[in-house]
Design a protein around this ligand. Structure first.
Ligand code: F6P
Length: 317
């Protein structure tokens, strides 16, 4: 293999993964071209050679130096054919795609329908890639949210208020559960679990009678809106509430050491897999060990065990 291409979504640790891919490939005398703006750039032919030097000083940066986009065109036949044309015209012999379920689905299409050797690297703050213990970006997202939460707690405790903090997670409560446990929160509302607002309000009222005045409740955006929960609590308990929506700050920030190391390992493993002639595979990690498994598995919905987390959160508060 003489030339490979790399395209990405954004989250903390993706730049560290780009650096790993470029430098490991260079070690094997393989040239890497960066594809800008994800699948959109693949369709439009927005590519540039990445050298060892061009990826220096990026290991600590959030986001992606390659930019990204949400590209609907790629999910239509015409867009896919344009993308394949870019690959062929630029002599790209293999592709590494770094991102979440959308990016990995695109990789599976290129590998199976168009026979382009493709390896996916899981990177998303949601940590919702099936078969993968931890995706690049998830650890930083939880830490960024935790930093904000600790600040919210300062004022929540001082003013003796109830705060509802909304975090990202469209279909998955990973950030919410980890934040609630790490931040010592009283309640967590996630897509994977039913919740009963009346019961929650009863607990708040009972706590209030006992003299408990400050609560922090975490809600994953995919289950409910923080503003709705806050309104309900005030309606039912008569207590004052405040809402914080953490939003996109969770997708930014300096990658933690966990994400940088994961990125280095996964990025380099992806190059090794392509070199070995593997395709249509996702890089996985379990108990610290890297492995490759079919992209078809990776893009299936991920089920996480939530009950033990939830129970611990409730016991500890
Ligand atoms: O998939 C990552 C994620 O950050 C989700 O947690 C969130 O729901 C979504 O992306 C937000 O997407 P956008 O940046 O396009 O609004």
């Amino acid at each position: 293999m003489k030339r490979l291409g790399i395209l990405t979504r954004d989250c903390a640790g993706v730049n560290a993964a780009i650096r790993a891919v470029v430098r490991v490939a260079s070690f094997y005398n393989i040239e890497v071209v960066g594809i800008f703006r994800g699948y959109e750039g693949l369709i439009n032919g927005e590519i540039k050679v990445l050298t060892r030097r061009s990826v220096s000083g990026i290991i600590n940066l959030g986001g992606t130096i390659l930019k990204t986009s949400r590209c609907l065109r790629f999910f239509k036949e015409e867009g896919q054919q344009e993308a394949v044309r870019t690959i062929k015209e630029n002599n790209i012999e293999g592709l590494i795609t770094i991102g979440g379920n959308g990016t990995l689905t695109g990789a599976h299409i290129l590998a199976t329908k168009y026979k382009i050797p493709t390896i996916g690297v899981p990177a998303t703050i949601d940590n919702d890639v099936n078969g993968v213990e931890l995706t690049i970006g998830a650890d930083t997202a939880v830490n960024v949210a935790l930093d904000a939460l600790d600040k919210i707690r300062d004022t929540a405790t001082s003013l003796e208020r109830i705060f509802i903090v909304e975090v990202m997670g469209r279909d998955c409560g990973y950030i919410a559960l980890h934040l609630a446990l790490a931040g010592g929160c009283e309640e967590v509302i996630i897509p994977e679990r039913d919740f009963d607002i009346t019961r929650m309000c009863e607990e708040i009222t009972e706590g209030n009678i006992r003299g408990k005045v400050s609560w922090i409740i975490i809600v994953a955006e995919g289950k409910a809106k923080a503003a709705f929960i806050a309104r309900k609590i005030t309606e039912i308990t008569g207590l004052e509430t405040r809402v914080v929506v953490l939003g996109h700050i969770q997708r930014g920030g300096r990658p933690t050491s966990v994400d940088r190391i994961l990125a280095a390992k996964m990025g380099s493993f992806a190059v090794e897999l392509l070199k070995r002639g593997e395709t249509d595979k996702c890089v996985g990690i379990k108990n610290g060990k890297l492995f490759a498994f079919p992209l078809e598995e990776a893009i299936k919905p991920k089920k996480i065990e939530v009950e033990s987390y939830y129970r611990l959160i409730k016991i500890l508060t």
